[in-house]
Design a protein around this ligand. Structure first.
Ligand code: DNO
Length: 356
């Protein structure tokens, strides 16, 4: 396992590479060219400059999160091949720079969905939270303005204002798309990109939908063990793998997280490990990574990863906003650094316990 931290690049992140380098045990970053639009080819010179910047700070690029997928690909529009060609060119450009992991998602319209970005917890920290009644009561066109006031001035991943400005158009694109059509469009995309992934040894790691159920009537497919196994079997290639994200799969308590990890053995290319607390089945909030702060058994999750022989990158996921930090919600320095230290501690204990 390699401990990493997500970094959005110096123009977008309040956290510096120097700070990341000083978190014990963190050796690399998961990064992106945050200002590229879905469908755009990532230019070699920009990838190289990013790599040089990260390496100059004593870290390495362990993977990309995300190379986003254009909606024409997700909806199977007539011009999808043009965007898939661009995606392939981006993968080639990444492969040539020795980057071998790409996290992406296949969620329609919205990436992750939360109804609050700064819910106050008993300890005074603020966290992202989801309440189903709030989603049911709001028009999808208004959700961006509901949450953006708490964004601390950051552009949130998947919630770029330019994208949200086209929300009506986006919903119209998905009018005819159900789960089966989305599966079919994902299959088409994966079949086209697998040869280039094989050539450059690029692991594709699909991120689950978050939460793992339909929001605003949109189709959602990467939600359960059954669906994720279907997704891997339909394009059965070792490079077609997953991002195991405890906080996303765990939004449905029916998803048994350690069991899911075991079922995905060999195909987990990347892990996001964080905790959630359910207040009711329809209301949850993010917490500190520590098991006792939330609803998940973090030891059992790390142990399952250890037991399947997971050697890929892990990153602590959304952190609470603590110690008066102002940063992108979920992506401040302090609580993610605590999360990394805690996950490293669990791992060391599991590893040494196994030696006995
Ligand atoms: C949220 C993230 C997601 C994730 C994408 C992957 O904080 O986990 O935005 O990066 O879904 O494409």
């Amino acid at each position: 396992m390699e401990m990493t931290l997500r970094w959005y690049g110096h123009d977008f992140d309040t956290v510096t590479l120097k700070q990341i380098r000083q978190i014990p045990g963190v050796t690399g970053v998961i990064t992106t060219l945050y200002d590229t639009a879905p469908g755009e080819v990532w230019q070699p010179a920009r990838i190289r400059a990013l790599k040089e910047e990260v390496e100059a700070a004593g870290l390495r690029i362990v993977g990309i999160e995300s190379v986003n997928i254009h909606d024409a690909i997700k909806t199977g529009a007539s011009d999808r091949d043009r965007y898939i060609d661009n995606y392939i060119e981006t993968l080639e450009n990444l492969g040539k720079e020795d980057i071998h992991l790409v996290c992406y998602n296949f969620m329609p319209v919205f990436d992750w969905t939360r109804t609050e970005l700064a819910r106050i917890r008993p300890d005074g920290s603020t966290v992202l939270a989801y309440n189903q009644a709030a989603v049911d009561a709001i028009d999808p066109e208004d959700i961006f303005s509901l949450i953006s006031k708490d964004s601390n001035g950051s552009v949130l991943p998947g919630w770029e204002p330019s994208r949200m400005a086209k929300i009506k158009e986006l919903f119209a694109m998905y009018r005819e798309i159900d789960d089966e059509a989305l599966f079919e469009n994902l299959r088409y995309f994966l079949e086209r990109i697998m040869p280039v992934c094989g050539r450059y040894d690029i692991n594709m790691a699909i991120h689950p939908d978050d939460p793992v159920w339909s929001v605003f009537g949109l189709p959602r497919i990467i939600i359960s063990k059954k669906n994720i196994l279907r997704m891997m079997q339909m394009v059965d290639d070792p490079h077609n793998g997953v991002t195991f994200c405890s906080g996303s799969y765990g939004t449905n308590p029916q998803n048994d997280l350690p069991d899911l990890i075991r079922a995905l053995k060999g195909r987990i290319h990347f892990a996001h490990v964080r905790n959630l607390k359910f207040n009711t089945p329809a209301d949850f909030e993010e917490t500190a990574h520590l098991s006792s702060d939330g609803s998940f058994d973090m030891y059992a999750i790390m142990k399952a990863l250890y037991e399947i022989g997971f050697t890929g990158p892990i990153r602590p996921d959304h952190g609470r906003m603590i110690w008066d930090e102002t940063a992108m919600p979920g992506y401040g320095l302090y609580d993610r650094a605590l999360g990394a230290a805690y996950l490293n501690g669990l791992w060391e204990a599991i590893e040494k316990g196994d030696d006995k």
